[in-house]
Design a protein around this ligand. Sequence first.
Ligand code: SF4
Length: 102
Amino acid sequence: MLTLENAPIGTKALAIGGGHWVRTERGWKWCTGATFPRPGGDWNGELIKPVNFQPKGSQCTACKHRNGPCSHLPFHKMPVCNTLPDGTKVVICREFERRNVK
Ligand code: SF4
């Protein structure tokens, strides 16, 4: 179960009147302001897990960049083709380039 203590970085805690805190390495950062040890008293008790994105594996297998670091790519802006049971979004990578097969 997701709690304030085990929430991964990027988790959102929603406020009753709108807005949210985001879990960071230093605590809970209000969406427009400072970081606090915990969400404020108007936290509605709801936590939303961060969404993870990953490129489609079959694309990477055929891509000339398959051995290069790709973690810097903006996967969150790429088209989603599938959602895994844990909520991870599988995307079509826009940086895909077919490798030459000999
Ligand atoms: S550029 Fe995209 S498709 Fe190619 S290896 Fe990297 S993540 Fe996979």
